[in-house]
Ligand binder design. Structure first.
Ligand code: F6P
Length: 326
């Protein structure tokens, strides 16, 4: 086994609160073990263009509490092509990088898997996405902060909904995953959720509105974004308005507010734990795995399994929404 001397570190895909805490953990753990660390800006894009620089302990001072990522992030089209990956490998060699740590979500790990298969470059991933849609970790870095941002926003929407006796359709992020919608639906006391998993769609909502309690003053329905067959929140809003014209219905899209802000304590600690584990795993000879936390234990999952979205939504969680929103 060749000894690793210089780890390249990057963040890629949608940014997530807690990425900076993960960067700090990786940098300081590498330096602790006398391994050099090279920052790569803008993910795979910066790798291809050679935007690499040495990092030291001070370069990660005072970043733990900041949202976003000091390494910046991008979604790279070039890296999907073999020529892009070849160019990236050349740059890494030029900067003497002999291993990588990638912080990101499924797109990041798809790229890492392809790269690791083609080149002699051990890579370990850290789950950094607000979506919580990876297999091999109970929670992803950024998810806890994002769901807290959502419930703070929905609590405010509830105030105005209650004052005006309105129904609000609130769209939250999550690509084609309902993880953000499900948990925030429960925590904000939503009257309904619409998520891609388990066919929890508009029919259920219509049934609720037709046959449910009539004396409700405000109603909140949380909808997961996505290209699902239900359409987006505006489309669902139009359907509700048409079928239930007596309800005063509004639509609110929370959008990128969910991606920013100070990471919660949970996200910071998760980032520190998997950050340390990732460096030590690389040094122990691991490659091609994501470091996650399952049942409070560090677990390594091959990239190809990690990106297989865990679409099993806990039926008990759905039951909770059903019962408590009556
Ligand atoms: O993957 C994180 C995420 O915020 C998704 O929830 C969302 O679908 C997507 O990124 C939005 O991406 P962008 O900021 O590139 O539009």
């Amino acid at each position: 086994m060749t000894q690793i001397k210089n780890i390249g570190l990057f963040t890629s895909g949608g940014d997530a609160p807690g990425m900076n805490a993960a960067i700090r953990a990786v940098v300081r753990t590498a330096l602790f073990h006398d391994v050099e660390i090279t920052g790569i800006r803008r993910g795979y894009e910066g790798m291809i263009s050679g935007d690499l620089f040495p990092m030291d302990r001070r370069s990660v001072s005072n970043i733990m509490q900041r949202g976003g990522t000091i390494l910046k992030s991008a979604r790279s089209g070039q890296f999907r092509r073999p020529e892009g990956r070849e160019a990236a490998y050349e740059q890494l060699k030029k900067f003497n990088v002999d291993a990588l740590i990638a912080i990101g979500g499924d797109g990041t790990f798809r790229g890492a898997k392809a790269f690791g298969d083609e080149f002699d470059m051990p890579i370990i991933g850290l789950p950094g996405t607000i979506d919580n849609d990876l297999t091999g970790t109970d929670f992803t870095i950024g998810y806890d902060t994002a769901i807290n941002t959502v419930i703070n926003a929905v609590d405010k929407i509830r105030d105005t909904a209650e004052s005006h006796d309105r129904l609000f359709i609130v769209e939250v992020m999550g690509k084609d995953s309902g993880m953000i919608a499900l948990r925030t639906g429960i925590a904000s006391g939503a009257e309904g959720i619409i998520i891609p998993e388990g066919r929890i769609g508009v029919d259920k909502l219509f049934d609720r509105l037709e046959n449910g309690r009539k004396n409700k003053t405000s109603r909140i329905v949380i909808v997961a974004e996505g290209e699902g067959e239900e359409g987006g929140a505006f489309d669902i809003g139009s359907q509700v308005k048409e079928k239930f014209p007596h309800l005063d219905t509004r639509v609110s899209i929370l959008g990128h507010i969910q991606r920013g802000g100070k990471p919660t304590c949970m996200d910071r600690v998760l980032a520190c734990r998997v950050g340390v584990a990732a460096v030590e795993a690389l040094l122990a000879g691991y490659k091609g795995d994501m470091a996650g936390l399952v049942n409070n234990e560090i677990v390594f999952t091959p990239f190809e399994h990690a990106i297989k979205r865990n679409s099993d939504i806990d039926p008990n969680m759905l039951r909770i929404v059903e019962m408590l929103s009556l």
